[in-house]
Write a protein that binds this ligand. Sequence first.
Ligand SMILES: NC(=O)c1ccc[n+]([C@@H]2O[C@H](COP(=O)([O-])OP(=O)(O)OC[C@H]3O[C@@H](n4cnc5c(N)ncnc54)[C@H](O)[C@@H]3O)[C@@H](O)[C@H]2O)c1
Ligand SMILES: [Zn+2]
Ligand SMILES: [Zn+2]
Length: 348
Amino acid sequence: MKALFKPAASPGFEFVTRPEPVPGPGDVKIRVLRTGICGTDLHILAWDSWAAGAVDAPLIPGHEFCGEVVAVGADVRDVAVGDFVSGEGHIVCNTCRNCRAGRRHLCIRTSSLGVNRDGAFAEFVVIPESNVWVHHQLQIADGDARDVAAIFDPFGNAVHTALSFPVVGEDVLITGAGPIGLMAAAICRHVGARFIVITDVSAPRLELARRMGVNLAVDITREDIAVAQRRLGMVEGFDVALEMSGHPSALPDIVANLNHGGRVAMLGLPSQPISLDWAKVVSHMITIKGIYGREMYESWYAMSAMLRSGLSISAVVTDRLPAREWADAFELARTGAHGKVVLDWTEL
Ligand SMILES: NC(=O)c1ccc[n+]([C@@H]2O[C@H](COP(=O)([O-])OP(=O)(O)OC[C@H]3O[C@@H](n4cnc5c(N)ncnc54)[C@H](O)[C@@H]3O)[C@@H](O)[C@H]2O)c1
Ligand SMILES: [Zn+2]
Ligand SMILES: [Zn+2]
């Protein structure tokens, strides 16, 4: 099969022929249709210090995908050949305390598709049955079903973060209008937030955010978040904030603009320690919660349910290229000016 391959612990990928993966008794083999390019994949391509410490090369990267089931192991019960599916890329141990309590997103031994084992930038991928999410009829009425199904992984990050705290009627601040921040904005709108303010430093991404229904899209190089509050007539600060930039200045910006009792769900991964006004966190009784991955599988249930009840996230996919043009696609993703960039694995 054709695959994008990281042959060694050094920068670059090769587009080569690799052996097809073989499913074990509890596994499902999927013909990959489309894949999303994630910031993680850019790190793996560049082989930066994070990648050097986290990635088990040689391997096939890629963890955001959709496809069609082509084979199932002997013990597979609920997934059938022909099913249209996405896949959860966190493979958990099933035996640690959290796993056994059903809190699989808190597994202490999570292994990641496309990071610790062969991933989805290939014609075929194999994952355990429990990691397969089957899309039943009419579940994705939004835009191009294959594009939307290909980004269920980051969509799930957005859902996990946006639904961490109640947002009905609340004023929500989102820092970072990358693909995940944009989807989080759409989710907060869908579930009934009052004002949604999103920040970024990229004009095209802020323009995308305006199209996704935020009340204000703020370029923080030009305008303060406090000014945005005044423009909306807000006087007490934001109730909920979602950190989705990973930039070290975002969390201090959030804390400076929260109401007393405000809640912060933090998905963005800062690459350095952050200095924070902890006295304010304490005296304003602010809650800060870290978010990793998706809840297995309540985030997935919520994704499908919200798409059925009219949530639209398809505008976040701005580019789709044939898999053979992977280098151009990665370059588009690297600019940080586009939405989600998707590769089509039916065009090799
Ligand atoms: N915790 C997890 O499980 C998990 C999973 C996926 C992604 N992430 C992280 O979540 C974040 C969002 O993911 P993404 O794919 O949308 O990433 P992205 O890098 O495409 O988006 C981040 C956005 O933040 C903007 N930004 C930069 N500095 C900013 C600032 N000071 N204030 C506001 N915005 C600023 C960037 O211009 C960019 O548009 C990243 O940090 C990513 O590493 C975490
Ligand atoms: Zn990802
Ligand atoms: Zn576990």
